[in-house]
Write a protein that binds this ligand. Structure first.
Ligand SMILES: [Zn+2]
Length: 285
């Protein structure tokens, strides 16, 4: 009798079948927060905009409650340097290699961190938008987030929480009196605003045209590979449902159960940082 190895280390169950699915080519990737946790990005739950420690920022609060918006931008200003410093991990790199090897088509991501693109992936559709830019709710101007950060730094030279107010993931608990000291800037184009990160909040729908583009990408694919998403929100889960309708095989790699497991043809329950480099190796990428 041999000692049992931890299943996730040597050869997670389902990896052979997964490699078979990917080796057939024309596979569309749908990725979620679980792919970016190894890069130090806190796990977002579904549609994004707020870190998990807090009640998620909703579209309604952001648009109707100036104080809620002020709080969002103050916290976001404090957390941005850590977000901007995040780098792609082994999972992102494996996806880019598989794509360069001609096995993957496009990438639909629920993540707003830009790390697929930073790893060299092409044809990335950001389902929930991207934190690297802002949009003005009055005039529609889209601006780089880095530019906003420079303007905010100039307007808030001394603003910042005490060290004991920052969580390990860079999120800041800001007392009300500290929030009062934060100065938000106006839209650079129209001088009004308000500015919003170009991401989809809870309570906000993904633009129809973007969803239609995703469905077309799926219809042109021979397989769907879900990476690091528990598929709890319909914005991602609907692509699994459509794939099943179309008879397109679905592979799911996620640590822990997902809503799509019952419809998956292949399921690998193991850390993505282990599975994806091994998958790429087996596929010669
Ligand atoms: Zn504007």
């Amino acid at each position: 009798m041999t000692a049992a190895l931890p299943a996730a280390v040597e050869s997670p169950s389902g990896l052979d079948e997964l490699a078979g699915l990917v080796a057939d080519g024309d596979v569309l990737v749908l990725s979620g927060a679980g792919l970016s946790t190894d890069s130090g990005i806190p796990d977002y739950r579904g549609a994004t905009g707020s870190l998990r420690r807090h009640t998620p920022m909703t579209w309604q609060t952001f648009c109707r409650d100036p104080r809620g918006r002020h709080r969002y931008w103050a916290r976001s200003f404090v957390g941005w340097p850590q977000m901007a410093a995040a780098r792609p991990n082994a999972g992102h790199s494996a996806v880019a290699r598989l794509q360069r090897a001609g096995l993957l088509g496009g990438v639909i991501t629920q993540n707003v961190d830009g790390l697929h693109q930073a790893a060299g992936a092409r044809d990335v559709l950001e389902l929930h938008g991207g934190l690297d830019r802002t949009v003005c709710l009055s005039c529609g101007d889209v601006a780089p987030r880095a530019e906003l950060h420079r303007r905010l730094r100039a307007a808030n030279p001394d603003f910042g929480p005490r060290a004991d107010e920052v969580n390990p993931d860079g999120d800041a608990e800001l007392p009300e009196e500290v929030l009062d000291g934060f100065v938000m800037v106006d839209c650079r184009a129209c001088g009004a605003g308000p500015l919003k990160p170009d991401v989809v909040f809870f309570g906000e729908t993904v633009p129809r045209e973007r969803v239609d583009t995703c469905f077309r990408m799926l219809e042109d694919s021979a397989g769907l590979l879900v990476l690091g998403s528990s598929l709890t929100v319909m914005s991602g889960y609907r692509f699994v449902l459509r794939a099943a309708e179309l008879g397109i095989p679905v592979g799911v790699v996620n640590l822990g159960p997902t809503r799509g497991d019952a419809r998956a043809d292949v399921r690998v329950d193991a850390p993505l940082g282990d599975v994806l480099p091994e998958l790429a190796r087996r596929c010669g990428a």
